[in-house]
Design a protein around this ligand. Structure first.
Ligand SMILES: [Zn+2]
Length: 523
């Protein structure tokens, strides 16, 4: 028993010696870390952890690698991307297997030998190489290409500050996608944190050189004034519209100056607005001309557009003239024979004079008196206050007096209270001046709505408009005013005249005579 005990103790001593000699560092390591031992070197990891928790270490390494960024530069665009977003393939399983391969195969002695080598720093596990999934990398490159892409800008001809200038073309940029893919792969494999990606220039389809000759031609056409003339009317076309009418187009044969005369239709309309005029009737009664008749004029816009087109085409070709005369058609007046007594029944025509008392009211009263004719005067309160004698004369000579508001405002734009005040204060004033309360009211501008009608009803006045408007306030001249009244008057006509223009005064005797010559009464 004693010898066996000795042998046993010798065996234990031998075993301890073996462990101490071969496994000494392991023991030291175990004592130092308090953990089971392995010393594989993995960058950033403690040796002990690599052995005890290889799976988590592999996951951690893969996650860090996935989160590693690389800065991609292409043209003006810089993007920092994670390797994960560039399609990094997850290799945590491969890494785990590599760690296990390198670390242990399960036998105690293998462990001892391998671990011992590892502890001494001679065992190193390199991570398996990075790989990028081609489809994911392709998507990432395509997305980057969209960001990098800059479309080229074609050269163009513009009018700036009255000068025709060529705006130069700008080349575009596009990503060289296959070169970019290679550059990214190179950077990832070499573990670089940045990559410059190649780009290609994209030329514009229209260059400045293409447009130079056309721009010179347009410039010559735009710098000269273009005047549209018709019947003494002249409209100068703005250079911007001449420019717009000469569009520069680019085709296979190079740049051309086009023609778009429709761009000048606004100018033709402006000429027509000044030239167009309807003819007035000529009225003759018993060899006496009571209305002289007035010729009308009309600009033929289709013919005018042709003339303008011809000018613009000539300018595009380097010719043309400065003034384009547009053809005007003369519209003859019709003659109408007026016969006395042609009308039956009540043949009265009602003359009315608005907006007084004014500079010509007294002259109009003189004419009416001389012709034994009567009229209605719709007077403005603010003016009546200045000329009470004229107001009294109107009534004294047998004319009718009407209310035309206090200030000649558009009553449809006022509040109900304001409308009432406009009518009521004028009623009070006229009653005060004449002793007679008016019963007639004409709204300024003939502007009427329910509010105006209600206020007039409250003040017990009628709302009077008119049936014949010769537009005498536009001062077309006595002949025209007279002609318009005589051409359209018929029994019961209410003629709107004003006390504002001398032409109305001059027309009045002829109007009264002409109406009476036609068998109409001016009471
Ligand atoms: Zn008026």
């Amino acid at each position: 028993m004693h010898a066996r005990r000795i042998l046993t103790r010798l065996g234990i001593a031998l075993a301890v010696l073996i462990v101490v000699v071969l496994g000494g560092p392991l023991v030291v390591n175990a004592v130092a870390t308090g953990r089971p031992v392995l010393g594989l070197q993995v960058a950033g990891e403690s040796r002990a952890r690599v052995w005890t928790d290889a799976s988590a270490v592999a996951d951690g390494i893969a996650a860090r690698r996935a989160a590693t960024t690389v800065t991609l530069t292409a043209g003006d665009v810089t993007q920092t991307r994670t390797l994960d977003s560039l399609g990094l393939v997850d290799r945590s399983d491969e890494l785990h297997a590599a760690l296990l391969d390198a670390g242990r195969d399960g036998s105690f002695w293998q462990d001892v030998v391998t671990q011992t080598r590892a502890v001494w720093g001679r065992e190193h596990v390199a991570p398996p190489p990075d790989r990028l999934d081609p489809a994911a990398l392709g998507d990432a490159v395509d997305a980057l290409a969209d960001k990098v892409a800059v479309a080229p800008t074609d050269a163009s001809v513009a009018l700036t500050g009255g000068q025709v200038e060529v705006t130069p073309d700008v080349r575009g940029v596009r990503l060289d996608t296959s070169g970019a893919r290679d550059a990214i792969l190179d950077a990832v494999h070499a573990d670089r944190r940045s990559a410059d990606l190649p780009t290609d220039p994209v030329p514009a389809s229209v260059t400045s050189a293409d447009l130079t000759a056309a721009a010179t031609a347009v410039s010559a056409a735009v710098e000269r004034p273009l005047v549209l003339a018709a019947r003494g009317t002249r409209v100068t076309v703005a250079p911007e519209r001449v420019f717009a009418a000469l569009p520069v187009t680019v085709g296979d044969g190079g740049a051309n100056v086009g023609v778009d005369a429709a761009k000048l239709s606004g100018d033709i309309d402006a000429v027509a607005g000044k030239v167009d005029r309807e003819p007035e009737l000529r009225i003759v009664m018993a060899d006496t001309v009571v209305a002289p008749g007035v010729e009308g004029h009309r600009l033929d816009k289709a013919v005018a557009a042709q003339a303008v087109l011809g000018e613009v085409q000539a300018r595009a070709a380097g010719g043309g003239s400065d003034v384009v005369t547009l053809p005007v058609t003369t519209l003859p007046f019709r003659e109408q024979e007026a016969t006395p007594g042609a009308f039956t029944g009540d043949t009265t025509v009602h003359l009315t004079f608005d907006d007084g008392p004014g500079a010509h009211t007294e002259a109009i009263l003189d004419i009416l008196k001389a012709k034994h004719a009567h009229a209605t005067f719709y007077v403005v309160g603010d003016r009546a206050r200045q000329h009470p004698e004229t107001i009294r004369r109107i009534l004294a000579e047998g004319h009718r007096l009407g209310n035309h508001s206090a200030t000649h405002a558009d009553l449809t734009k006022l509040t109900p209270e304001q409308v009432t005040e406009e009518i009521a204060t004028t009623q009070e004033l006229l009653t005060e001046i004449t002793g007679v309360r008016p019963t007639a009211f004409r709204p300024p501008f003939g502007a009427v709505n329910d509010v105006v009608r209600a206020a007039a009803a409250d003040e017990h006045v009628s709302v009077d408009l008119w049936t014949l408007d010769p537009q005498d306030w536009r001062a077309p001249g006595a002949t025209v005013v007279r002609g318009r009244v005589l051409a359209s008057a018929k029994p019961g006509s209410v003629v709107l005249l004003h006390v504002l223009q001398p032409g109305t005064v001059d027309a009045l005797p002829g109007i009264i005579e002409g109406l009476r010559a036609r068998g109409l009464a001016v009471d």
